[in-house]
Design a protein around this ligand. Structure first.
Ligand code: EPU
Length: 339
């Protein structure tokens, strides 16, 4: 029994919004045994178990009457190599970006577009993290999770995870699965994705004609650093809303009034709209009330200037949702988990 169980712990350092709420109980899991022990302790004490990774996709609106378990398990390994294909496994508590850097340092390609995303390996499949034209489902090769109902381990294939845009089985079956480790199929050969947004242009500006995966990673780090606030300096949870998928007809009605609307075809007569564009056009970019605000460079990101509470941030989000609904007839869905 190695779990260090603490009572009444501030979660300020464990959520990237920097919201200061307290957890009734708190522990860190360094291995599978710790996770199992936390499961049974929560049951014994009759409190829910809340599992967190980097806390970078989380909005806490009040004290947490639960056992908060931070996944802190570490370890990265190459499981097998087959020609240029390499199967890699990482423990849930590995921080995401250092894992991406590790893979690039091994000469393994695939994760470069997902550079500088906050959070942990174990949290990445929850919302199928994605950026610059790549989602983790594209590199995913399986994961092992603990079934919180039966205490048994289960391996999931890509199909079983039911990945979709910022969505997965694990997000839908909240509280059922505790992700312990994740596997990725990476490649010794580079097959770079440069088409999304400003990636190619940035490489040109960097003077790189024939980019490597490491070059792409550096370009993406530069792009992200310019637009997205560093949570260490300014509390935030990345994009606060999903880009809404709407019927093509609605997108075209908005475009008839706003020729510069940013949208992408989403198949089946649907269009995906840039929520950042909608929010900026509605005048919210740079808005601040107290310590809750909308980032001045990226309207999709809500920020905590210091002492904002989760409720204040949520209320700001709800005002934005109501305004976007009234102006454009579009429903914005909140992206992080709100507790
Ligand atoms: N835009 C605006 N105003 C803004 C922000 C964006 O007009 O304030 C426009 C941009 O000009 C651009 C379009 O919206 O034409 C898209 O912007 P951007 O490329 O910055 O991407 P995004 O749609 O705002 C999504 C992801 C990000 C991811 C980037 C790059 C979601 C919810 N967000 O943002 O993911 O890094 O694309 O792939 O899908 C996250 O999920 O936390 C996240 C940061």
């Amino acid at each position: 029994m190695s779990l260090n169980l603490q009572s009444d712990v501030s979660l300020k350092a464990f959520n990237s919004f920097g919201v200061d709420v307290r957890a009734r109980l708190f522990a860190e899991a360094h291995d599978d045994e710790d996770a199992r022990e936390a499961l049974s302790l929560a049951a014994q004490r009759n409190v829910p178990l809340l599992v967190i990774g980097g806390g970078s996709n989380l909005l806490l609106t009040r004290d947490v009457e639960a056992l908060v378990l931070r996944m802190a398990s570490r370890g990265i390994r190459i499981l097998s190599e087959d020609g240029e294909q390499v199967l890699v496994e990482a423990e849930a508590g590995e921080p995401w970006h250092p894992f991406v850097q590790w893979s690039l340092a091994q000469g393994l390609n695939g994760l470069e577009n997902l550079s500088l995303i906050p959070g942990t390996v174990g949290a990445a499949p929850m919302q199928n993290i994605g950026a610059y034209g790549v989602e983790i489902k594209d590199l995913f090769a399986g994961l092992t999770a603990l079934d919180r109902q039966t205490g048994e381990l289960r391996d999931f294939t890509t199909e079983e995870c039911a990945f979709a845009y910022r969505d997965s089985l694990f997000k839908r079956e909240v509280g059922r699965w505790l992700i312990l480790r994740v596997r990725f199929r990476l490649s010794r050969l580079a097959s770079l994705r440069l088409d999304y947004g400003p990636v190619r242009q940035r490489l040109v500006e960097m003077g790189i004609e024939v980019p490597t995966a490491t070059d792409v990673s550096q370009a993406i780090c530069a792009i992200r650093s310019e637009k997205l606030p560093n949570p260490v300096e300014l509390g935030n949870a990345g994009s606060f809303f999903k880009n809404p998928v709407v019927p093509f007809g609605l997108a075209e009605r908005i475009r008839a009034e706003h020729a510069d609307l940013v949208s992408y075809p989403a198949g089946d007569g649907l269009s995906k709209l840039a929520a950042g564009w909608l929010i900026e056009r509605a005048g919210w970019k740079g808005f601040r009330e107290g310590d809750a605000g909308v980032h001045r460079l990226q309207a999709l990101v809500l920020v905590n200037y210091g002492q904002a509470t989760g409720t204040q941030l949520l209320q700001l989000a709800q005002r934005i949702q109501a305004d976007i609904r009234a102006r454009f007839g579009v429903e914005l869905e909140i992206e992080p988990n709100v507790l």
